[in-house]
Design a protein around this ligand. Structure first.
Ligand code: UT7
Length: 331
C-alpha cells in the first residue's frame, strides 16, 4: 500500500484591526521606536479589543476563512486541534469553543500547549492522525491573544508580543509532498526563564497574586535569546544535513517570529539569503502560536507545489524544533 503523507491543503488567518505602534507604546512604557527596531525588529503589533473577546474569536475567524477558501463544510472535519498559550479559559479547551463557533459538530477537538513551538508541535500531531489513515480532514489552529498576559508596565516584554491566529487544513496524499521529517525537542529546565507565575494549580489566582502582577509573562530575555539562537539554528542545520539539502534546494525558511536577530542568526547558519526567509515580525510582533500560519498565509500565492520548506521554532518550555515539508499546491 502506498505511504500516506500529510499535506497542508489550505490556510486561513486573522489579525485584529487595532494597531499598537512603537510610538503609542512609548507613551505607555519607557522605550523608543529606535530601541525596539534595533533590538527586536518590531514596528507594530495587532491587539484584540472588545469586552468578552478571546483567542477563540480570532481562531474561529481563521477557520471560517479556511473553510470558505477550501470549499469545505464544517461537518466534513474529523478533528480540530488548537495550539495556544492563552486559552479562552482554563477549561474547556479553546478548540471546543472554536468548533462550536464555526459549526463543527462531527469532530473531536483538543488544545495543545508548547509555547511558541505550539503550531510546530501541532503540525507533528495533526499529521500523525492523517498518516495513520484514520482521519481525512484535520484542522490545526494556532491562536493567541498575547495582550491578555502582557504587562503593559513592563518595557522588556510589552514590545514583543501581539495578537493573531491562523488555521490550516491537513489532508492525506500519496504524492511525494507534505511533511517529510521532523525533529522536535523540549528541555523543561528552561521553564525558570520564561513562564507565568500564577493562575495554575501551583499558585491559584488570589488578591496577592494579582497585586504582585504574577498573571503576566515573566521572561529573562538574555538566557531565552541565547537558547533560541542555538536551538533554532542547530535543528534547522541538522535537518538540512540529514536530507542532503543545500541552501539552493530550500525555497523558504518559515521561522518563528520572536526577534529579528534570532531569525537572521538562523538564516545565516543555514547559509540562506534574506529573500528566502519569510519575515513579518515588523507588522505583527510575536503572535506565539499564530506566527507560522500567518507567515504561510501571507506567502501562500508565492508558494509552488514541490517547494522545499523548513519550519523552525523556539519557545517557552523550553520547546524547539524543525519540520521539513514539501509544499502541496499552487494557489
Ligand atoms: O518566543 C518566545 C521566546 N522569546 C524570545 O525569543 C525572546 C528572546 N529574548 C530577546 O528577544 C531579547 O533578550 C529581548 C528583546 C527580550 C531583550 O533584548 P536584549 O538585547 O537581550 O536586552 P537586555 O534585556 O539585555 O537589556 C539591555 C538594556 C537594559 O538596560 P541596562 O540594564 O543595560 O541599562 C534594559 O533595561 O535595555 C533595556 N531595555 C530597554 N530599553 C528600552 C529593556 N527593554 C527595553 C525597552 N526599551 N523596551
Amino acid at each position: 500500500m502506498a505511504k500516506i503523507n500529510a499535506a497542508i491543503t489550505g490556510i486561513g488567518a486573522y489579525v485584529p484591526e487595532y494597531i499598537l505602534t512603537n510610538d503609542e507604546l512609548s507613551t505607555m512604557v519607557d522605550t523608543t521606536d529606535e530601541w525596539i527596531m534595533t533590538r527586536i525588529g518590531i514596528k507594530e503589533r495587532r491587539i484584540l479589543k472588545g469586552e468578552g473577546k478571546g483567542t477563540s474569536d480570532m481562531g474561529a475567524k481563521a477557520v471560517n476563512e479556511l473553510l470558505k477558501k477550501t470549499n469545505t463544510k464544517p461537518e466534513e472535519i474529523d478533528l480540530l486541534i488548537c495550539s495556544t498559550v492563552t486559552p479562552d479559559m482554563q477549561f474547556p479547551a479553546t478548540a471546543n469553543i472554536i468548533s462550536d463557533k464555526v459549526g463543527i459538530k462531527n469532530a473531536f477537538s483538543f488544545d495543545l500547549n508548547a509555547g511558541c513551538s505550539g503550531f510546530l508541535f501541532g503540525m507533528s500531531t495533526a499529521s500523525k492522525f492523517i498518516q495513520s489513515g484514520l482521519y481525512k480532514k484535520v484542522i490545526l489552529v494556532g491562536a493567541d491573544k498575547m495582550s491578555s498576559i502582557v504587562d503593559y508596565n513592563d518595557r522588556s516584554v510589552s514590545p514583543i508580543f501581539g495578537d493573531g491566529a491562523g488555521a490550516v487544513l491537513f489532508e492525506p496524499t500519496i504524492e511525494d509532498v507534505g511533511i517529510i521529517d521532523e525533529d522536535l525537542h523540549v528541555d523543561g529546565s528552561g521553564r525558570v526563564h520564561l513562564h507565568q507565575k500564577a493562575g495554575g494549580s501551583v499558585k491559584p489566582a488570589s488578591h496577592e497574586s494579582v497585586d504582585a502582577r504574577e498573571h503576566y509573562i515573566y521572561q529573562e530575555g538574555q538566557p531565552v535569546f541565547k537558547a533560541a539562537v542555538k536551538g533554532m539554528a542547530d535543528v534547522s542545520v541538522e535537518m538540512m544535513e540529514k536530507h542532503n539539502l543545500s541552501s539552493e534546494d530550500i525555497a523558504w525558511l518559515v521561522p518563528h517570529q520572536a526577534n529579528m536577530r534570532i531569525i537572521s542568526a538562523t538564516a545565516q547558519r543555514m547559509n540562506l539569503p534574506p529573500e528566502k526567509v519569510m519575515i513579518n515580525i515588523e507588522k505583527y510582533g510575536n503572535t506565539t502560536d499564530g506566527t507560522l500560519p500567518l507567515l504561510i498565509r501571507e506567502w501562500e500565492k508565492q508558494l509552488k507545489k514541490g517547494d522545499k520548506l523548513i519550519f523552525a521554532t523556539f519557545g517557552a518550555g523550553f520547546t524547539w524544533g524543525a519540520i521539513y515539508m514539501k509544499w502541496a499546491y499552487n494557489s
